[in-house]
Design a protein. Sequence first.
Length: 138
Amino acid sequence: MLKNILATIVGFVVASATVYLIETLLGHTFYPLPDTIDPNNMESLKANLHLVPNGAKVFVVIAHFSGILLGMLAAGIISKTSMIPAYIVGGLMVIATAATIIMLPKALWFSVSDGLLAIAAFFFGKSLAARHVFGALV
């Protein structure tokens, strides 16, 4: 039981850190946000989202996909006995991705690709986590 709680927490931290590293550190390094945008202010983002470079948006999609995948994998590796931690991590991250799509008005290509890849990452993450959970039971 305690191991599954730890697996869920660590999986979520891994997922969140992955999103941060790819979206903020890499994405904003290669495609800096315009000076008119305050990334910590939701209203500033909403009003100026059209100024964000497309490359930065691609990094966001990659970050969400990678975060879900790696978070679920980490949860499966640590748990070794249950898929529930991986499902919790993946589910929370898919919900966070959906919330981002809903809260910020984006181009259709971005919303569709971010949503579909988040769902795909959940299923790929499920498969990767299952290898560690069910592989340990055999």
